[in-house]
Design a protein around this ligand. Structure first.
Ligand code: ZN
Length: 290
C-alpha cells in the first residue's frame, strides 16, 4: 500500500470521487504515540477525512479538523495542506470506551480553513449528535457547499483509508440522478478490509466496473510536522519573562515536546535569557521571522 490520494470522475454524470490510503504516513503517527485503539482509529479516520475534504477544495493553504469533546477524548487535531502534508495528535485518558459517543461525550468538530494568500481563517462547527464521523462530515459538506457528499472511513494498526463521492453542481437529469443513486449504493458495499488493504484501482474496479470512470494520476501524501525550535521559542516569549523564570525555578530547565511528532525541545537558563534579549522584542508575542 502507498500513501496516496486517487481522484476519479464518472463520465455519465457530474459525480466525483476520491479514495485515500495511508500507510507510512499513518505509521509515522503511530510510532510516536501509543494511543488506545478506539482513539487511534478515530485519529486515523480524521487524518483520512482531512485529505478527502481538501481534495474537494480548490484552496491553497491548510485545513485543520479539531474534534473537541468532554468525554475521555478531549481533543483530536489533524492538519492537512493542499499538498497533502499531514500531521495529527490526540489527547485522551488511558482507559477509553470503544463507541464514538461515549468516547467524545458532548463533542463537536471545528473545521478551519487557512488560505495561503489571506490572513482570514474560515471556521465551521459541526456538532456530532451521536453520528459517525463520516455521517457528520457528509452532512457538513451538504450544508456548507450544498453538495451532496458521502464518505466511508476506516483505520486500524496498519492502515487508514477512506472513500468519498460527491455530486457536483449541474443541471441534473433523471438518468444522472439514477447514476448517483447507483454509485452511492455501490460505494456503500465497500468492506472495511477492502478499503484498508486493496489498491485504489482495485477498489474502483470492484465497486464501479459497470460504470465509465475516469481515473486521474495518484497524488502522494506524507507526514510532515511544522514544529521548530523557533516556534517553541516564540511560544515561550508569549508566556512572558516572569512565567519562564518560574518554570526554570521549578524544573531547572524548560523541556517542551511537540504533541504531533514528539520532537523534544530543551531550553536551559542561558537559552531562556536569550529568548528575551535577542532582537525580537518581548512585547511582540507570536512574531515569526522568515
Ligand atoms: Zn512536531
Amino acid at each position: 500500500m502507498s500513501d496516496t490520494l486517487q481522484r476519479f470522475l464518472f463520465d455519465k454524470a457530474p459525480v466525483r470521487g476520491a479514495s485515500v490510503q495511508l500507510d507510512a504516513t499513518w505509521q509515522a503517527v503511530l510510532e510516536r504515540h501509543d494511543y488506545p485503539q478506539p482513539v487511534r482509529d478515530l485519529l486515523g479516520e480524521m487524518m483520512v477525512s482531512a485529505v478527502l475534504l481538501t481534495s474537494t477544495l480548490k484552496m491553497k493553504g491548510r485545513m485543520s479538523l479539531q474534534l473537541q469533546g468532554d468525554g475521555p477524548v478531549k481533543l483530536v487535531l489533524v492538519e492537512c495542506t493542499d499538498g497533502h502534508a499531514l500531521r495529527g495528535m490526540a489527547r485522551c485518558d488511558d482507559d477509553v470506551p470503544s463507541e464514538l459517543p461515549a468516547l467524545i461525550g458532548n463533542g463537536r468538530m471545528v473545521i478551519t480553513l487557512e488560505p495561503e494568500q489571506s490572513k482570514e481563517r474560515y471556521q465551521s462547527i459541526v456538532n456530532l449528535h451521536g453520528q459517525s464521523l463520516a455521517e457528520a462530515l457528509g452532512d457538513y459538506l451538504v450544508r456548507s457547499e450544498q453538495l451532496d457528499t458521502r464518505l466511508w472511513l476506516s483505520a486500524d494498526s496498519r492502515n487508514a483509508a477512506g472513500l468519498l463521492i460527491q455530486k457536483l453542481p449541474s443541471e441534473w437529469h433523471e438518468d444522472e440522478l439514477e447514476l448517483w443513486e447507483r454509485v452511492f449504493h455501490l460505494s456503500a458495499t465497500i468492506k472495511r478490509e477492502e478499503m484498508l488493504r486493496l489498491p485504489h484501482q482495485e477498489i474502483i474496479h470492484r465497486l464501479y466496473h459497470e460504470e465509465d470512470v475516469r481515473v486521474f494520476e495518484q497524488e502522494p501524501i506524507c507526514f510532515r510536522c511544522s514544529c521548530s525550535r523557533e516556534r517553541v521559542a516564540n511560544m515561550l516569549r508569549t508566556l512572558g519573562y516572569a512565567e519562564v523564570q518560574d518554570i526554570l525555578l521549578e524544573q531547572g530547565d524548560i523541556r517542551v515536546a511537540c504533541e504531533f511528532c514528539n520532537q523534544k525541545y530543551a531550553f536551559d537558563r542561558v537559552d531562556a535569557e536569550q529568548l528575551f534579549t535577542s532582537e525580537i522584542p518581548p512585547d511582540s508575542p507570536g512574531s515569526t521571522r522568515h
